[in-house]
Design a protein around this ligand. Structure first.
Ligand SMILES: Cc1ncc(C[n+]2csc(CCOP(=O)(O)OP(=O)(O)O)c2C)c(N)n1
Ligand SMILES: [Mg+2]
Length: 330
């Protein structure tokens, strides 16, 4: 069967890129779990495992001049955006070589050069930020789109409604990527929202919106391309409801009493990496040996990132008040 017969509108190079990015995210986070157990990484750690297709697919639609806003579950977005594994791992370790100088940690990855504006720990906190970035770009005459990633838990916050309204009212070039993984910590969507069709909800604000299979990296990439095209060409904001699932606990520890093991198993059968490999091999976009080579390269990249972080420098005592503001006493 040809790639197109299988719904894969991409070439071999693109297929290798998508697989590599998803494997990088998966393996990076698996290593983080080990480092967390070894107490090398401390604090909160929210894993994206299971959701890799969303960030991988969406990020490919953006230019370097576009902006990205994410949540505390953002390791994958940072990696896919081009923030180096070294500087992310160093940030996890809390050393000055980290992308936020070691002051942010897992939840606050930041890289102004790549227009990666966090890493935001407050649920829905990134949405007004994205609206502000979109407005600033328009007012400054910059041809840029802002992609804002957030969980479905954000739609219950007032900021979601304010952001949708203003983005639509001012026709801002923002693509809202709602990662609907069905749960906000232990709260299932249907227990907190009267309207669970999130694309419909966004549409009430006159925002172009539709739902996407968030486990299918090719569908995510196609949806993001279309959404970014609309936003870039003056069509106003777009809302994508990317239906996905996290395979792991909300944070590192969570008894997971809110969902059954069978439900998790059912979703694992739709593992975005394995599904993509299956289809791409069938379409002869991937060849024997590709997967193994990618795994080897990724393992080497992560080993290197961990060694870099291990050799990192703790912030010197003299820097403790750096960037800390205080009012001058007259
Ligand atoms: C304003 C606010 N309220 C509560 C919390 C605590 N909290 C952290 S994560 C989370 C769940 C968010 O779920 P969702 O938006 O679906 O994202 P997911 O974790 O599923 O990716 C909550 C309630 C918070 N960080 N910010
Ligand atoms: Mg969620």
């Amino acid at each position: 069967m040809t790639a197109l017969d299988l719904g894969l509108d991409l070439d071999r190079e693109e297929a290798l890129h998508l697989l590599t990015q998803m494997v990088r995210i998966r393996r990076f986070e698996e290593r983080c779990v080990e480092l967390y157990s070894a107490e090398k990484i401390r604090g909160f750690l929210h894993l994206y495992i299971g959701e890799e297709a969303v960030a991988t697919g969406a990020m490919g639609a953006l230019r370097p001049t576009d902006a990205v806003v994410a949540t505390y579950r953002e390791h994958g977005h940072a990696l896919a955006r081009g923030v180096s594994a070294r500087s992310i791992m160093a940030e996890m370790f809390g050393v000055v070589e980290g992308c936020s100088r070691g002051r942010g940690g897992s939840m606050h990855l930041f890289d102004a050069e790549r227009r990666f504006y966090g890493g935001n720990a407050i649920v829905a906190g990134g949405l007004p930020l994205a609206v502000g970035l979109g407005l600033a770009d328009v007012m400054s005459g910059r041809d840029a789109v802002t992609a804002c990633f957030f969980g479905e838990g954000a739609v219950a916050e007032g900021e979601f409604h304010e952001a949708m309204n203003l983005a639509a009212l001012w026709s801002l070039p923002v693509v809202f990527c709602c990662e609907n993984n069905l749960y906000a910590m232990g709260t299932a969507l249907a227990r907190s929202e009267s309207q669970t069709d999130l694309a419909l909800k966004a549409a009430t604000y006159q925002v172009t919106s539709w739902a996407v299979d968030g486990m299918d990296v090719v569908a995510c990439a196609a949806a993001a391309r279309r959404a970014v095209d609309i936003a870039r060409s003056g069509g106003g904001p777009v809302f994508l409801e990317l239906r996905t699932y996290r395979f792991r606990a909300h944070s590192m520890y969570d008894p997971e009493l809110y969902r059954s093991k069978e439900e998790v198993e059912r979703w694992r059968e739709r593992d975005p990496i394995e599904m993509f490999v299956g289809r791409a091999e069938q379409a002869a976009l991937l060849e024997a040996g590709d997967r193994e080579r990618i795994e080897t390269d990724v393992a080497a990249e992560i080993d290197d990132a961990v060694a870099f972080a291990e050799a990192g420098t703790p912030e010197p005592v003299e820097d403790l008040t750096r960037d800390v503001y205080r009012r001058a006493v007259r």
